[in-house]
Design a protein around this ligand. Structure first.
Ligand SMILES: CCC/C=C/C(=O)SCCNC(=O)CCNC(=O)[C@H](O)C(C)(C)COP(=O)([O-])OP(=O)([O-])OC[C@H]1O[C@@H](n2cnc3c(N)ncnc32)[C@H](O)[C@@H]1OP(=O)([O-])[O-]
Ligand SMILES: NC(=O)C1=CN([C@@H]2O[C@H](COP(=O)(O)OP(=O)(O)OC[C@H]3O[C@@H](n4cnc5c(N)ncnc54)[C@H](OP(=O)(O)O)[C@@H]3O)[C@@H](O)[C@H]2O)C=CC1
Length: 296
């Protein structure tokens, strides 16, 4: 067994219809593909119909699963409602939602126009709450115990410079996840989130790790587990969180980042200390303890 293999048993998502926003590319496409392999019906949506059509064809062929697509800008409520209506028309009902669509790019914040900030916040936060609200109403009215999975980021909790609109919006999504998990638990609706570290995708790499930066700040040095994530690792966790296996979990955010977020640990700079230096340090500490004095 390796981390690049599917984890759940065959049929784990049978009889479930799952909407994956931004499912035409990157992590959304990988999650959609794995959900299909596990027996789910999948609806992917995003702005680019041609990209969605190609992905739907590819995944239909590679998995033999049932997939359809609807072009949709998640910032437009009528289009969000159309996706849900089409999903119900095609598959009879909707059971799960993965809020995965996002917009993001690195920039010094003072260089951003109002519109640039609005663009990111609207896709990430507004898009997520539009979809969640529309489906939540449908689930409550039809007594369906739906499940939401929100793809956030580790900096939704820590904050981060140079991606401030994304950080603000993802933090809002995280707070919505926890707030609604409590409120809608009485309807059997669950909401959880994944905070991924770096997983190579064209969308993220073009906008966040342009070649020059990627070379300078290599992931191998920054990430304790010294690598980026594999899409299947994220798809495994996503499938678990959207499946009935996680039935007792709600309002949770799971970090999947090779330990990247832990780098703030106060003493982590000790990573640079060699074994010989440790011998000397140990002697100094023991001597100070014996004499009660700290050496000059
Ligand atoms: C690993 C870490 C975590 C990863 C998290 C992720 O989310 S990864 C996921 C990553 N995946 C994605 O992000 C996928 C989707 N992303 C996209 O489609 C685009 O990147 C988008 C988000 C800009 C939206 O495009 P659109 O066609 O809807 O919008 P538009 O072109 O009309 O621009 C709107 C405003 O933004 C301005 N502006 C734009 N770029 C820059 C810049 N570099 N500098 C400064 N400003 C910039 C632009 O000038 C305009 O403002 P203005 O001048 O009118 O006042
Ligand atoms: N890759 C990584 O390292 C990390 C990614 N993430 C998160 O993972 C998720 C997927 O990102 P990733 O796969 O890397 O990047 P992608 O760029 O491949 O995915 C973003 C998707 O969002 C869609 N999208 C953008 N704007 C809209 C819109 N207005 N309406 C509907 N859909 C829209 C895009 O499709 P289209 O252009 O057709 O609209 C695209 O399919 C995002 O939520 C991201 O924040 C979080 C941490 C790390």
């Amino acid at each position: 067994m390796t981390h690049t293999e599917g984890m759940l048993r065959d049929g784990a998502l049978e009889n479930k219809t799952i909407i994956v926003t931004g499912g035409g590319t990157g992590l959304g496409k990988s999650m959609a593909g794995y959900f299909l392999r596990l027996g789910a019906n999948v609806v992917i949506c995003s702005r680019k119909a041609d990209v969605l059509a190609n992905t739907a064809d590819e995944l239909r062929q590679s998995t033999g699963g049932r997939i359809t697509f609807v072009a949709c800008d998640v910032r437009k409520t009528e289009e969000v409602e159309q996706v849900i209506a089409r999903a119900i028309e095609t598959f009879g009902r909707v059971d799960g939602l993965v809020n995965n669509s996002a917009g993001n790019f690195i920039s010094p914040t003072e260089r951003l126009s109002y519109k640039a900030v609005d663009t990111i916040v609207d896709i990430v936060l507004r898009g997520t709450y539009y979809f969640t609200l529309a489906l939540g109403k449908y689930w409550i009215e039809n007594q369906i115990k739906g499940t939401v999975l929100n793809i956030v980021t580790t900096y939704a909790t820590t904050g981060s410079g140079w991606v401030v609109p994304s950080a603000m919006a993802k933090a809002g999504v995280l707070t919505m996840t926890k707030s609604l998990a409590f409120e809608w638990a009485r309807h059997g609706i669950r909401l959880n989130a994944i905070a991924p570290g770096p997983f190579p995708t064209k969308g993220a790499w073009d906008r966040l790790f342009p070649e020059e930066l990627a070379r300078k700040f290599s992931f191998e040095n920054r990430i304790p587990l010294a690598r980026t994530g594999d899409h299947q690792e994220l798809a495994n966790l996503a499938a678990y969180l959207i499946s009935n296996f996680s039935a007792y979990m709600t309002g949770e955010v799971i970090t999947l980042d090779g330990g990247e977020v832990l780098s703030a640990g106060q003493f982590n700079f000790l990573k640079e200390v060699t074994d010989d230096q440790w011998d000397a340090i140990e002697d100094q500490i023991k001597s100070a303890t014996r004499t009660g004095k700290t050496p000059e």
